[in-house]
Design a protein around this ligand. Structure first.
Ligand code: PLP
Length: 353
């Protein structure tokens, strides 16, 4: 028997959370429930408010991050719901190198006067805390996509809270396996479930996790009224993917660390950006042409946007007009998958040659 007083490790919780209590004839995992409406007078009522398959996924991710989870149709829908917590004209502090979608959404809100934005260097905790004076929300992303910069989450949380601001952390890159912002006092954690949590490049979904019941209720109301709800099928797939999250992240990280050592010794590589953990590596090549040659020269790696799947993918980020001009033209973001690391290196080496 497990000692009930000792909390289960994360990799165990990834298996046990959100499943029915085992029993005769009980399916081991929650079944997919497709329903636009439910018989009245219960808890569910309507498919835009609640779904048992969402609930199973939410229970599991909530157990991993440490809070109440609210799932959304995409990472951007989850980000939008958190930004909607900011009162009209309120100040948002955000990293200059946030995910492009986050930057575009904040600029859009800024242009129509809905919010004010203070753009910061997220690696400089003093600058972030200074900007938090009078702010409604401090947005963090750590590591950032694709610059792979790190924020000092505990220091920023302390300073932002002293200034009366909420702190939200986009935890897509680290996943709860490697970083749990709620443990450092963050008010809200945001995920593109699309990436590592789903893990198989076959779904789009997002999530917000918060230890605060009032914030959870406000984010849930936003989901119901905005209607950016996940499909039950995608919630089912996401939970299935999340069962193996810990082993996938550990394997991707181990392979990424091996590739980083080899890339750092390669004459054609100008710079390797790697925060020391996780499965994402950014390599800087001399220019856009060299980067494009790598992207077109690989055979095993797949040229594709997105990341965090079982398959290794790569992308020159500046091919997107929306990517920050401070990201080098020759930067290629590698999402290290679960193939054998020697095969991954051999393919990179032949494409770099
Ligand atoms: C992909 C991504 C998002 C957006 O998620 P979608 O599911 O594509 O909407 C947000 N933040 C980060 C860090 C991402 O990588």
């Amino acid at each position: 028997m497990a000692d009930a007083s000792r909390p289960l490790h994360l990799s165990t919780r990834a298996i046990t959370a959100g499943r029915p209590a085992p029993g005769p004839d009980v399916p081991l995992n929650p079944p997919l429930v497709l329903a636009s409406t439910y018989g009245s007078f219960g808890e569910m009522e309507y498919g835009r408010y609640a779904n048992p398959t969402w609930s199973a996924f939410e229970e599991a991710l909530g157990a991993l991050e440490g809070g109440r989870c609210v799932s959304f149709a995409s990472g951007m829908a989850a980000i939008g719901a958190v930004l909607d917590l900011v009162p009209v004209g309120g100040l948002v502090v955000a990293p200059r190198h946030s995910y492009t979608g986050t930057v575009m959404r904040l600029r859009q809100l800024e242009e129509r006067g809905a919010v004010r934005v203070a753009w910061v260097d997220v690696t400089d905790a003093r600058q972030v805390v200074h900007a938090a004076e009078g702010a409604a929300l401090v947005w963090l992303e750590s590591p950032t996509n694709p610059a792979l910069e790190l924020a000092d989450v505990p220091a920023v949380v302390r300073g932002a809270h002293a200034a009366g601001a909420l702190v939200a952390v986009d935890n897509t890159f680290a996943t709860p396996v490697l970083q749990r912002p709620v443990e450092h006092g963050a008010d809200l954690v945001v995920h593109a479930v699309t990436k590592y949590l789903g893990g198989h490049s076959d779904l789009l979904m997002g999530a917000v996790v918060t230890p605060d019941e009032d914030l959870a209720a406000r984010v849930t109301a936003q989901r119901s009224l905005h209607g950016a709800v996940p499909s039950p099928f995608e919630a089912f797939l996401a939970l299935r993917g999340m069962r193996t999250l810990a082993v996938r992240v550990e394997r991707a990280q181990a392979s990424a660390q091996r590739l980083v050592r080899r890339l750092e010794g390669h004459a054609g590589v100008v710079e390797v950006r790697y925060p020391g953990f996780g499965g994402i590596v950014s390599v800087v090549l001399p220019d856009a042409a060299a980067a494009d040659a790598l992207v077109h020269g690989v055979r095993l790696w797949i040229a594709a946007t997105s990341l965090g799947g079982v398959e290794s993918t790569l992308e020159r980020r500046r091919r997107w007009a929306a990517e920050a001009p401070t990201i080098p033209e020759g930067l290629v973001r590698l999402s290290v998958g679960l193939e054998d690391p020697d095969d991954l290196w051999a393919d990179l080496a032949q494409a770099l040659a």
